[in-house]
Design a binder for this molecule. Structure first.
Ligand SMILES: Cc1cc2nc3c(=O)[nH]c(=O)nc-3n(C[C@H](O)[C@H](O)[C@H](O)COP(=O)(O)OP(=O)(O)OC[C@H]3O[C@@H](n4cnc5c(N)ncnc54)[C@H](O)[C@@H]3O)c2cc1C
Length: 410
């Protein structure tokens, strides 16, 4: 079995795809080591294990709370499917990652995020998780529980997430406009104005200049004067674009300022189409937003070193949160994403080069992507010890941890 990108062949000696929760409980009870897998969109061995539990066949369900602010669904449901199910109810999610294809439990386990100054990562919209722990016991941890901040960005180590409570809101419309050609220096000088230009903003670059600025605005939201001043200097692109300019933009959500439902604008890629390049490897690093400009300048200095490995980079903002193992815990972040060529050696070397120049900025890495673990200080996760205690309190024999987890988290 491989991950979606095909850069990881799992070491698992067995892959089991239970069709019911009782079947999943039986598999877990009969295994000494097991690892749940979602839609397999991670790029490293975070999802590997001796026995892989493929969650995609678990039954689908949807329950809507009476106040219509929350829904409860199976953890294996994808964001695209959830958005499709709640749309007829006039509901949606406040934010999405770049693709709707990923499972909810898998995405929040790694701290997956979208963009937006006021948007926290997707785990922050989870209000409860139901788990089958390594002992086979079914438990529920919800927001009021003191363990909750350790339970959502779980790195897959706490158990099989069978159900999640997800905050939803009244459906809203978003319009997406792509702007062209902003210099790196202009971005640095106007960093706050650029990222305040929309509800969700992405800057695509190969580190010579910002080739495309994707601004996604909630219809009716005011545009700050400083952002209007920057956007006024940029060309509005008149044809639809893919982040990788040479690829067919048909795979992307509608642009050109045409308003549409949040799920059809906030992700870059449409469900039913291949997101991004398909054949690729990814890395992503986060720095404190206040050091964002200096970090942009630092990465630009290694443009030549990473050029051959790089397909495209994307800069986004993520609001801070309180989840123990979230890469965005306790700080507003600027996110630096890299789509690399599908060559593991080249991707590893380029990721290392970027991590090296980011050292002065205390970078954190995306848990689901390629990074150089020795260059990341796990001490920044001040609740890491508490998290390991939580893992062991739920299952002393650590059924759900794997080599990746043991070497990084302890
Ligand atoms: C094209 C592409 C675009 C991407 N864009 C973004 C983006 O915009 N923002 C971003 O932050 N990331 C992005 N990613 C990364 C992706 O969101 C993460 O890797 C995410 O974790 C993938 O979710 P998944 O369901 O595929 O998880 P998997 O890769 O299947 O699993 C990830 C982890 O979750 C655990 N897990 C999965 N399901 C369960 C479960 N039911 N119970 C317990 N543990 C479980 C696994 O054990 C593993 O540890 C992108 C990836 C791709 C391929």
């Amino acid at each position: 079995m491989q991950n979606w990108a095909g850069n990881i062949t799992f070491d698992a000696t067995s892959v089991v795809a239970p069709q019911s929760l009782s079947e999943a409980q039986e598999v877990i009870a009969g295994s000494t080591k097991v690892r749940a897998l979602g839609s397999r969109h991670s790029f490293n061995r975070i999802g590997d294990g001796a026995c892989i539990l493929d969650t995609r066949g678990l039954p689908e369900f949807l329950e809507v709370s009476t106040d219509r602010r929350s829904v409860r669904v199976n953890g294996s449901m994808t964001y695209g499917r959830l958005a499709e199910l709640v749309a007829p109810l006039g509901l949606t999610l406040s934010n999405f990652a770049s693709l709707p294809h990923i499972s909810i439990a898998g995405a929040v386990a790694t701290g997956t995020h979208g963009s937006g100054d006021t948007n926290r990562n997707l785990a922050s919209a989870i209000n409860a998780v139901q788990l089958i722990t390594g002992t086979g016991e079914m438990i529920e941890i919800s927001r009021a529980d003191e363990r909750f901040d350790g339970a959502v960005v779980s790195l897959g180590a706490l158990g099989l997430v069978t159900a999640v409570g997800v905050d939803v809101e009244a459906a809203f419309e978003v319009a997406q406009i792509v702007y062209g050609d902003l210099s790196i220096e202009a971005l640095v000088e106007n960093l706050d104005a650029v990222f305040a230009a929309g509800y969700s903003v992405s800057a695509f670059t190969r580190w010579r200049d910002i080739e495309q600025l994707w601004v996604k605005s909630r219809v009716g939201d005011p545009l700050p004067a400083s952002s209007a001043a920057v956007l006024g200097t940029l060309e509005q692109i008149g044809t639809k674009r893919h982040p990788l300019r040479e690829l067919d933009p048909d795979a992307c959500t509608d642009q050109l300022g045409v308003p549409g439902p949040a799920v059809d604008r906030l992700p870059h890629f449409r469900l039913g189409f291949t997101p991004s390049a398909g054949n690729e490897i990814q890395s992503e690093f986060f720095v404190d937003r206040t050091q964002g400009g200096a970090a942009v300048r630092a990465i630009a200095t290694v443009q030549r070193d990473i050029a051959d490995a790089l397909l495209v980079s994307e800069l986004r903002t993520v609001a801070g949160d309180s989840q123990w193992m979230s890469p965005h815990v306790g700080r507003e972040s600027l996110a630096f994403h890299f789509t690399w060529v599908p060559n593991q050696r080249e991707a590893n070397a380029a990721a290392r080069r970027v991590a090296e120049v980011l050292q002065p900025f205390e970078p954190r890495a995306h848990w689901g992507k390629v990074f150089a673990p020795d260059l990341f200080d796990m001490g920044c996760y001040t609740n890491r010890g508490r998290f390991v205690e939580l893992v062991e309190s739920l299952d002393a024999s650590r059924t759900f941890t794997n080599d990746w987890f043991d070497s990084l988290i302890g």
